[in-house]
Design a protein around this ligand. Sequence first.
Ligand SMILES: NC(=O)c1ccc[n+]([C@@H]2O[C@H](COP(=O)([O-])OP(=O)(O)OC[C@H]3O[C@@H](n4cnc5c(N)ncnc54)[C@H](O)[C@@H]3O)[C@@H](O)[C@H]2O)c1
Length: 255
Amino acid sequence: MFDLTGKVAVVTGASSGLGRDAAIAYAEAGADVVLLARRLERLEEVATEIKEMGRDVLPIKMDVTDEENVKEGIQKAFDHFGHLDILLNNAGIAVGGGVHQLSVEDFDKSMDVNVKGIFLVSKYVVPHMMDNKYGRIVNVASVNAIMADKADVFIRHSYNASKSAVLGLTLGMAASYGKYNITVNAIGPGLFESEMTEDTLFKSEDFLNLYNGTNPMCRPGKQGELNGTILYFSSDGSSYTTGQFIVVDGGGTIV
Ligand SMILES: NC(=O)c1ccc[n+]([C@@H]2O[C@H](COP(=O)([O-])OP(=O)(O)OC[C@H]3O[C@@H](n4cnc5c(N)ncnc54)[C@H](O)[C@@H]3O)[C@@H](O)[C@H]2O)c1
């Protein structure tokens, strides 16, 4: 049910953090993988690891906010594999600040990467899935789609807005593409260590004390702890599940 042999998984933001981990988890589950991000050398390191596992892998340099770049990259992936079955829309950025602090440029940047990026990559992948009558799309949102940051020092209003928008996009896409056997679901990670968080949230004792002190499991997520949910939404284990949002946060959003 969770075996991905013969499937091709497209992963955005695969050069680091959660995207890199998920790309390797897809390969472990049997999938061939398309790796997308802006840093080609980093993608090539991930590609080497995946090749050593005996899977086909294609690293492609791509800025998910640039339509021409996305169009060309997805065409290249389709030409190489002939089908694209799974899409993990993972690329994202976290810009700090509340509405009274944010510049228009920073607000737009959050929306560009976190929302427009998912729209653009999906725009060019979905038609292939529709033709093939098969697709599993997983959009990476955040617990911050449904809750605000508690610690004043890390308020991130454009991040909240962009991640809530990911949930809206997930619902619309799920409703429209179900008849093509395409499921679209979202995940909401709690706190995980990555390039996005290692120099900010993980450096703040106050933030960590607050997170751990209010989290039922009393700790951040460990590397790999998102992959079970990603594989569930990416496989036939979730063949009748669409438009859903699962938070993976040690219960942080229930208290
Ligand atoms: N780490 C956490 O605690 C956490 C919590 C909730 C949600 N998330 C979400 O998980 C996803 C992955 O984040 P991460 O924590 O692994 O951080 P990360 O910074 O390690 O990874 C982000 C990835 O997105 C890529 N990226 C950024 N802008 C891009 C662009 N314009 N075009 C192409 N690629 C681009 C980066 O190069 C990188 O590969 C993000 O969507 C993030 O919002 C992370």
